[in-house]
Write a protein that binds this ligand. Structure first.
Ligand code: NDP
Ligand code: 2IT
Length: 447
């Protein structure tokens, strides 16, 4: 059996009931097959792949907190410190009822390659909790965040592990966590990113993932003789990534016409009104029904009515909500409707079958670990600013972000070409991300 297949079987056997983790590992290992086979003896002797798929450390902890009725609640807390070969662990904290160890491991594994692709010195990690911030009062969210950090603070730090936001963790949660970390340690340091601007945050971090997605998409289209201008764009999600993807899509001359949340989706024939979407989601924290109620060109559809954002005719699709939200049937609909590019804003939103169908149909497809890397890249820029105790202008950060995204696209394009898979940006991203980490792991010996 080939080394790649052996290691994949090992992952499934050793990590039962973690389908998302298996899926992420499979996609990466399949892409690496050609690289691994060329160096099989050496990698095998070094157990490089076994080490790559095994987190350096996994922290699982209890998070007790008191709700507004005086009732004690208990959640599970996670932090997976996956790989520190090229820098301190870096990656977000997801707060969502679906969170479990397998999901955090899939996200942490993806983060290793994503962070490598940014070209910045950051290792891979991820964490979170099955706590649901939805419907909780500010005081309850604060109580949870303080308890979460009271356990996690022992294992994180500006030079060891630097968490940030993800689904359910935004500026409010980062603020409460930062305050508690500072209180417990007495340290005013860049231990978290995505901080508020008044206490060490970076300009453009809020916008970075969505903006970066569009910068990379623009470059991918340009290199394939296409353009965003005048194109209809379908976006899923209505959170941090989706909102700023929609904003930048407009700025680049595109027309984003959809967005969605976990209960329904919007088609707006005039294009999504970003100011209204921000008001509904960032200020009121409300459902998309409120968007539809405020805008006559918008139609709201409940989830499960047999349609979704991918049934809208579009040129470009940007899945920006969550994992496995774009299935084979959706891919077929997109292709039948003439969609020619898909770039992932979320982590692993496209199933493996859907990805293969899109690629096989000639659709330009960029995987999330490349196209959504602008968020973590700007987090690394926030770390730099914290270290030098300076802050850069919006334009400075935004232009660095753009340079990083353009560079990422060319790195994966070049890697795909070099290994005989021109246009396969999934393979290009995995190979380019892997090579740097593998070299660093090899140089640092058996650790
Ligand atoms: P937010 O919490 O800000 O928004 C998430 C959005 O997706 C919401 O509209 C939410 O709907 C929807 N959503 C979440 N879970 C589900 C689900 N199970 N089914 C349907 N809809 C769902 O998160 P972000 O925008 O930050 O994250 C979105 C994606 O981007 C995630 O995959 C994340 O890992 C990835 N990402 C985020 C980065 C960042 O910097 N924030 C960086 C790189 C990737 P509702 O409001 O109803 O829950
Ligand atoms: O998936 C991701 O890259 C993020 N949620 C952002 C991580 C970070 O450290 O900014």
């Amino acid at each position: 059996m080939s080394y790649v297949d052996e290691v994949f079987d090992l992952v499934v056997a050793k990590n039962p009931a973690q389908p998302e983790f298996h899926q992420a590992v499979k996609e990466v290992l399949e892409s690496l097959r050609v690289v691994i086979e060329a160096n099989e003896e050496k990698y095998r002797r070094d157990a490089l792949l076994e080490r790559l798929v095994t987190p350096e450390r996994q922290l699982l902890f209890r998070v007790p907190w008191v709700d507004d009725k005086g009732q004690v609640q208990v959640n599970n807390g996670f932090r997976v410190q996956f790989n520190s070969a090229i820098g301190p662990y870096k990656g977000g904290l997801r707060l969502h009822p679906s969170v479990n160890l397998g999901i955090i491991k899939f996200l942490g594994f993806e983060q290793i390659f994503k962070n490598s692709l940014t070209g910045l010195p950051i290792g891979g990690g991820k964490g979170g909790s099955d706590f649901d911030p939805k419907g909780k009062s500010d005081r309850e969210v604060m109580a949870f965040c303080q308890s979460f950090i009271t356990e996690l603070y022992k294992y994180i730090g500006a030079d060891t592990d630097v968490p940030a936001g993800d689904i359910g963790t935004g500026a409010r949660e980062i603020g409460y966590m930062y305050g508690q970390y500072k209180r417990l340690t007495g340290l005013y340091e860049g231990v978290l990113t995505g901080k508020g601007l008044s206490y060490g945050g970076s300009l453009a971090r809020t916008e970075a993932t969505g903006y970066g997605l569009l910068y990379l998409t623009e470059e991918m289209l340009k290199c394939n003789g296409k353009d965003i201008k005048g194109k209809t764009i379908a976006v899923s999600g209505a959170g941090n990534v989706a909102i700023y993807a929609i904003q930048k899509a407009w700025q680049l001359g595109g027309k984003p016409v959809t967005c969605s949340d976990s209960t329904g989706w919007i088609y707006d024939s005039e294009g999504i009104d970003v100011a209204l979407l921000k008001e509904v989601k960032e200020v009121r924290r409300a459902r998309l029904t409120e968007y539809a109620a405020a805008r006559s060109s918008a139609r709201y559809h409940e989830c499960g009515e047999g349609s979704n954002v991918w049934t809208v005719k579009c040129d470009i699709a940007l899945p920006c909500a969550t994992q496995n939200e774009l299935h084979l049937e959706d891919a077929k609909t997109l292709v039948a409707n003439g969609c020619f590019a898909v770039a992932e804003g979320a982590n692993m939103p496209t199933t493996m079958e859907a990805t293969e169908y899109l690629q096989g149909s000639g659709v330009l497809f960029c995987p999330g670990k490349a196209s959504n890397a602008g968020g973590v890249a700007t987090s690394a820029l926030e770390m730099s600013q914290n270290s030098e105790r300076l802050s850069w202008t919006f334009e400075e950060v935004d232009s660095k972000l753009k340079g990083i995204m353009v560079n990422i696209f060319h790195n994966l394009d070049d890697a795909a070409k070099k290994y005989g898979m021109e246009g396969n940006y999934v393979a290009g991203a995995n190979i380019a991300g892997f090579l740097k980490v593998a070299e660093a792991m090899t140089a640092q010996g058996v650790v």
